[in-house]
Design a protein around this ligand. Structure first.
Ligand SMILES: *Cc1c(COP(=O)(O)O)cnc(C)c1O
Ligand code: SF4
Length: 457
């Protein structure tokens, strides 16, 4: 039985494959980038998921090991200089926090806009953005078995504490669920709720089951444990108890939805993950899968088609394909909107209807989850056709709308309405905050800069 060993900034040189393969420069890059963005891997990832003979092109290596280009050159240089000068821990931390604040640590207004209030108490471990679904961040589930280098949750792993969401009080969430009968789903998230010992998770689930909240129909677990530590469901000492807990919740009439995060088909190849999936399915739990699309990891159609096909064969339901969020190392991973749509389309065409349960590409942006339906031309104008899959206002959902085509756009805040309209239909309620640039001390939008450049030409 393989015992979990964390690989961190402090000990990564002690792992033979890592020490043997990485060049001196790559190890230094881990030191530098890992001082700003979180880094954590483990023995399963290193021993079973990474192909070390080709590690520089290996998707799981890129997914878990920090690379020089994940920081902008100036940021990298600043931290590298500090480390080379032998800066003390406190000094490194100050520099790291300064850089982190420039990396949009809380995208999509998560902190300010979605915090529910109950009897004048702010529920800091809860986000309630969409009518049906409440996100719950149990305080003991705020870390992961390994960290994804693209993760938008990174601030909570690097000790920027004021950015952490977390909550202990089950009573409060039960009260909130009762007070909001439109909520049918509670989604346990983190970090990774599967990091919790079964005993701890059981205190939450048992309370939810016993409360018999009529509107609570689905409990979702958002987790990457199936790829990073499938032993959690097979050989860990409380694995069997966890499965029994799922079964119990299921038998109480609640749908248990395991939202598995898989980024690449290589994560679905090991005998351990196969066993883990089978065991979870045996409890009556349904596994749905989701992943962002990212350069260097999965930005080609065949990878997605292979992954969805494999998931279906293992009994999982493909659910979402996301665009990488505008935070952290997004410049390294980002795929342009049009390219993401092409990849989605070419992958979707390759699989049968059974795997076409997947939806995307979708951006989790301030107003909601916006899907790119495609690029089209209407009355001579090239446009993006978009729709909300989820919206702050449920009435926005499934209503096509149009943005001016922009070959370089990677996020919603770079798009402008088509056909000369002043704003998108939802902006009367929720104006988009578009990226602003300072030019001669004046705030101007990217679009204004581009059009003035055209005039100068
Ligand atoms: C994605 C998401 C959900 C769940 O949305 P579904 O479409 O029901 O899967 C809930 N809350 C937030 C904030 C989300 O981003
Ligand atoms: S498993 Fe999820 S929460 Fe954890 S680092 Fe990866 S993306 Fe972030």
């Amino acid at each position: 039985m393989e015992k979990y060993q964390a690989i961190t900034l402090k000990n990564f040189r002690d792992f033979p494959q890592v020490d043997y393969h990485l060049t001196k420069q790559e190890k230094f890059a881990v030191d530098v980038v890992g001082s700003v963005l979180p880094f954590r891997a483990n023995n399963y990832v290193v021993n079973h998921l990474i192909d070390w003979d080709n590690y520089q092109n290996d998707p799981i290596y890129t997914l878990t090991f920090p690379q020089e280009d994940m920081l902008r050159p100036a940021h990298f240089q600043e931290m590298a200089d500090a480390i080379l000068a032998g800066a003390k821990k406190g000094e490194i931390k100050l520099i790291a926090n300064k850089i982190r604040r420039q990396l949009n640590p809380h995208p999509a207004g998560q902190m300010e806009q979605n915090l529910p209030i109950l009897d004048e108490v702010k529920l800091t471990g809860v986000q309630h953005k969409y009518r049906e679904t409440m996100l719950f961040f149990p305080s003991q589930g705020q870390t992961c078995h390994a960290y994804c280098t693209f993760c938008f949750r990174w601030p909570q792993f690097v000790g920027m504490n004021e950015l952490k969401f977390a909550m202990r009080d089950t009573e409060l969430i039960i009260k909130y669920l009762r007070a909001n009968p439109t909520i049918t789903d509670i989604l346990f998230t983190g970090g990774d709720p599967m990091i919790m010992k079964t005993k701890v998770l059981a205190t939450y689930l048992d309370a939810l089951i016993e409360a018999k909240i009529p509107n609570l129909r689905t409990i979702r677990m958002g987790s990457k444990a199936l790829s990073y530590w499938p032993q959690r469901f097979v050989t860990d000492e409380d694995a069997a108890d966890l499965l029994r807990l799922f079964e119990k919740a299921r038998k109480s009439g609640i749908h248990i939805a395991f939202m598995a995060h898989f980024n690449h088909p290589n994560e679905l190849k090991t005998p351990m993950v196969e066993k883990a999936i089978a065991k979870i399915l045996d409890t009556g739990t349904v596994i749905r899968t989701q992943s962002p699309i990212m350069k260097h990891i999965n930005d080609d159609p065949d990878t997605w088609a292979t992954m969805w096909q494999r998931q279906v064969e293992l009994g999982c339901v493909p659910y979402y394909l996301f665009l990488a969020r505008d935070t952290g190392a997004q410049h390294y991973f980002s795929v342009k909107l049009e390219r993401a749509w092409q990849i989605f389309r070419e992958a979707y065409q390759q699989v049968s209807g059974i795997a076409r349960t997947v939806r995307g590409p979708s951006m989790s942006a301030g107003p909601g989850k916006v899907q790119i339906l495609g690029v089209s031309e209407i009355m001579g104008e090239k446009v993006f056709v978009l729709q909300f899959i989820q919206g702050r206002n449920p009435d926005w959902v499934a209503r096509p709308f149009f943005a001016k085509y922009d070959a370089n756009a990677i996020w919603l805040d770079e798009l402008y309405p088509a056909f000369g309209e002043a704003k998108f239909f939802f902006e009367t309620e929720y104006p988009l905050k578009r990226k602003q640039l300072k030019v001669f001390g004046k705030n101007v939008s990217l679009k204004e800069v581009v059009s003035s450049l055209t005039i100068l030409n």
